[in-house]
Design a protein around this ligand. Structure first.
Ligand SMILES: C[S@@+](CC[C@H](N)C(=O)[O-])C[C@H]1O[C@@H](n2cnc3c(N)ncnc32)[C@H](O)[C@@H]1O
Ligand code: SF4
Length: 342
């Protein structure tokens, strides 16, 4: 379901723009936030009568299937959608939430669990917001990162619609909405034009265009230099730095030549480089460098003028990177389903 469809339903039930904003805000922030106003005196009667059915539909958009707490304070949530598909959200330490934007992903990054299935389906804008609503029933959420399953640029209208609602009625600061992408010309065209401009994370992973084609086989063919030039422009316009994401793969993108390439490309930029040691995915041959080596890389880059942060992805002790929980649930479901009779 898309947010535009909810708005249409509200209008058909007699909602004026002020009522529409009120109902949507109440949904995204939780009823407690907006109880000051008594709906009995405020909303038109036709709308009050239509609300219970709408609220039931919104509540059914995503259901909590299982919760996987981690030692680092994060909680990985497996959610079931109405058609039986499952997705993951991760409650992060310090009131953050990582949401999914697609079931599966067409980009097919060779180190990513989500990329292994290809795209299964898009997640509607209302389903994206429903992940925030569910998370807020467990903890306060003040930051939303679009770094879960899926490539936001491949579901751009829905992601931007969700961002607009979260950054207005959802009471999330615009720079606390983080759009993470492999880079796509449409992102650089649309994000600066939106009423809510999110922060941008660009998954770079290498400065070598040929290696990037191997690692991210179906990402748009944009040279790392072009990505960084467009990212820099967006950072200057919005006033928040670009986050460059670099999944550290031992022996693949951690060579001295790569580090020199990073310095050439990112020194002096309005940017932060996040080094994220690879999270093991079943059957994949990659490894992460040792923690000491990763720290030495971060120190070296920092010393050469690149603001670098070494990050652990949250909840690694519970099915590692995003997509693994869903994959395990899908395997269990397949094992529990009897084969068709011949
Ligand atoms: C799952 S993607 C979703 C957002 C978007 N599709 C992207 O690639 O930026 C979010 C981040 O997770 C990283 N990632 C994927 N698989 C990983 C793994 N096995 N270990 C560490 N990071 C991984 C990606 O490189 C990307 O920076
Ligand atoms: S890393 Fe991002 S773009 Fe690549 S396959 Fe995974 S979800 Fe898709």
């Amino acid at each position: 379901m898309q947010i535009a469809q909810i708005r249409e339903r509200l209008r058909q039930a007699g909602a004026a723009p002020i009522h529409e904003r009120h109902v949507l805000r109440q949904w995204v922030q939780g009823a407690a936030q907006t109880r000051k106003r008594n709906p009995e005196d405020f909303l038109p009667r036709s709308l009050r009568e239509a609300l219970p059915a709408l609220q039931a539909d919104l509540a059914a958009l995503a259901a909590l299937r299982s919760v996987h707490p981690s030692e680092d304070g994060s909680e990985r949530l497996l959610l079931g959608l109405r058609d039986g598909q499952t997705i993951e959200s991760v409650l992060l330490p310090r009131e953050g939430l990582c949401v999914s934007t697609q079931v599966g992903c067409a980009v097919g990054c060779v180190f990513c669990m989500t990329g292994r299935t290809g795209l299964i389906r898009q997640i509607g804008s209302a389903e994206i917001v429903a992940q925030v609503v569910l998370a807020r029933q467990r903890r306060p959420v003040r930051k939303v990162v679009f770094m879960g399953m899926g490539e936001p640029a491949h579901n751009l209208d829905a992601v931007l619609e969700a961002i607009e609602l979260l950054g207005t009625g959802g009471a999330i600061g615009h720079k606390n909405l983080v759009f993470s992408t492999v880079g796509d010309p449409r992102v650089f065209e649309r994000l600066p034009r939106g009423p809510v401009k999110p922060a941008l994370a660009l998954s770079l992973h290498t400065t070598d265009a040929a290696l990037r084609e191997q690692l991210l086989p179906r990402a748009p063919r944009m040279a790392p230099q072009e990505l960084v030039a467009l990212g820099e422009d967006y950072a200057r316009r919005t006033g928040y730095p670009i986050q460059y994401q670099w999944t550290l793969l031992d022996g693949i993108n951690d060579s001295p030549a790569e580090l020199d390439g990073i310095v050439r490309l990112l020194r002096g930029r309005y940017a932060v480089l996040n080094l994220i040691p690879y999270n093991a995915v079943d059957d994949l041959p990659f490894r992460r460098p040792s923690w000491e080596r990763a720290r030495a890389i971060a120190r070296d880059l920092h010393g050469r003028g690149v603001l670098t942060k070494l990050r652990q992805s949250a909840g690694q002790d519970v099915e590692g990177g995003c997509g693994q929980l869903r994959a395990r649930a899908a395997r269990l479901k397949a094992a529990a389903t009897p084969p068709p009779r011949s």
